[in-house]
Design a protein around this ligand. Structure first.
Ligand SMILES: Nc1ncnc2c1ncn2[C@@H]1O[C@H](COP(=O)(O)OP(=O)(O)O)[C@@H](O)[C@H]1O
Ligand SMILES: [Mg+2]
Length: 348
């Protein structure tokens, strides 16, 4: 497999045009996120959506209910897929934290990410024999083998990512993703690590200060095309269709993300007004934020945020349920409270 940058023309007229419209859509989302009164409020939710969809690309399937309940409830998580999705979310946070201390995407950071996703101590593939096959068993791609070869290719990728060579950042992001997947440095978890790197790259390059974007939403909807475009590069050196796909992913998920964000903010403001009206004693800005931080909440969250003592917050939650703002669900021995409105927007 050739090193980066590719020999092919990756700045065709079509690509440059698409990079402009994708960049514009992304900038709108970035602006909206930055203008939020509390920009980190929705991060856990958005990252969980991303974790769920990115894992789903790899056929690791769980439901929103199961996932959000598991995140909030105290019980032990039995479902393997749910565990893996929650680990993915942790890996995303870990990657972002890593960037804060050292603003580079490195081989070591990738290893930390994959270890967090897989919850094991896996590292660069050392034994040969890894291939990518169709579900029918037909081998479609054989990545490079041998740890030192893989490390050399990753070092080239690292330099490419972290050096400013004047190229458009979104185009570079697409090149980086293909290269990472083609190197396929790990025995498993390459797809998911590679998609976490996309968010890290958007953050690192300053295109999205708060990388709250749900990119895998696009891939899950256009999964066959994703594989087909990756294959097109390996087999026919067709970079343009793949880069256009990745740019369209940015453009579409930025626009959808912005719409969803606006819907959540509208619902949040409306709920605030209604609670003020019917339950003036219960209302506080902090309470509204708790109700919209994640679809599920519980007494302890309200106590932790200083809303009141256990007795007070218990009565608040009962009043909120009686007035239709929340719906209680028994999970194990605990009672969780669901904001159905929020879950509906997330699932739309
Ligand atoms: N033809 C291909 N060339 C390069 N990479 C590919 C190709 N087909 C699929 N991939 C990548 O391989 C990933 C799957 O690899 P895998 O290590 O199993 O990831 P994960 O464990 O996250 O499931 C896909 O998500 C995709 O990104
Ligand atoms: Mg896999």
């Amino acid at each position: 497999m050739p090193l980066l940058p590719p020999k092919a023309d990756v700045e065709t007229k079509n690509i440059l045009r698409k990079a402009i419209s994708a960049g514009r859509a992304l900038a709108l989302l970035n602006g909206a996120l930055q203008n939020l009164p509390n920009p980190t409020l929705f991060l856990d939710t958005i990252y969980l959506q991303e974790a769920k969809a990115s894992s789903e690309v790899e056929n690791i399937i769980t439901t929103n209910d199961e996932l959000y309940q598991s995140l909030v409830a105290d019980r032990k998580i039995e479902n393997a897929a749910t565990k893996e999705v929650l680990s993915y979310k942790e890996a995303l946070w870990l990657g972002l934290e890593g960037l804060k201390t050292k603003p580079f995407i490195t081989t070591n950071l990738c290893i930390k990410i994959v270890q967090c996703i897989k919850q094991n101590s896996a590292s660069i593939r050392a034994t040969p024999g890894t291939t990518l096959s169709t579900p029918q068993g037909e081998v479609i791609y054989t990545p490079p083998s041998g740890e030192s070869v893989i490390r050399e290719k990753l070092a080239n990728l690292e330099t490419f990512i972290n050096e400013d060579n004047g190229a458009d950042a979104l185009i570079k992001m697409a090149l980086m993703h293909y290269q990472f997947e083609a190197i396929h440095p790990f025995a498993d978890g390459n797809g998911r690590t590679g998609r976490i790197l996309l968010l890290l790259y958007l953050k690192k390059s300053g295109l999205l200060d708060i990388p709250a974007i749900y990119l895998s939403e696009y891939i899950i909807k256009n999964k066959a095309t994703y594989y087909q475009k990756l294959r097109g590069i390996t087999e026919r050196n067709e970079w343009e269709p793949y880069i256009l796909y990745m740019l369209d992913m940015i453009e579409e998920t930025s626009a959808r993300g912005l719409k969803r964000l606006n819907k959540i903010i509208t619902a949040m403001n409306k709920t605030a007004e209604e609670i003020k009206k019917v339950l003036p004693k219960v209302y506080s800005k902090d309470l509204i934020e708790i109700l919209f931080r994640l679809p599920y909440t519980k007494r302890q969250h309200l106590i932790d945020e200083g809303i009141g003592n256990p007795k007070t917050v218990g009565s608040y939650l009962i009043a909120l349920e009686e007035n239709g703002f929340l719906k209680s669900v028994k999970v194990g021995k605990e009672k969780l409270y669901l904001n159905q409105q929020l879950l509906k927007i997330l699932e739309a």
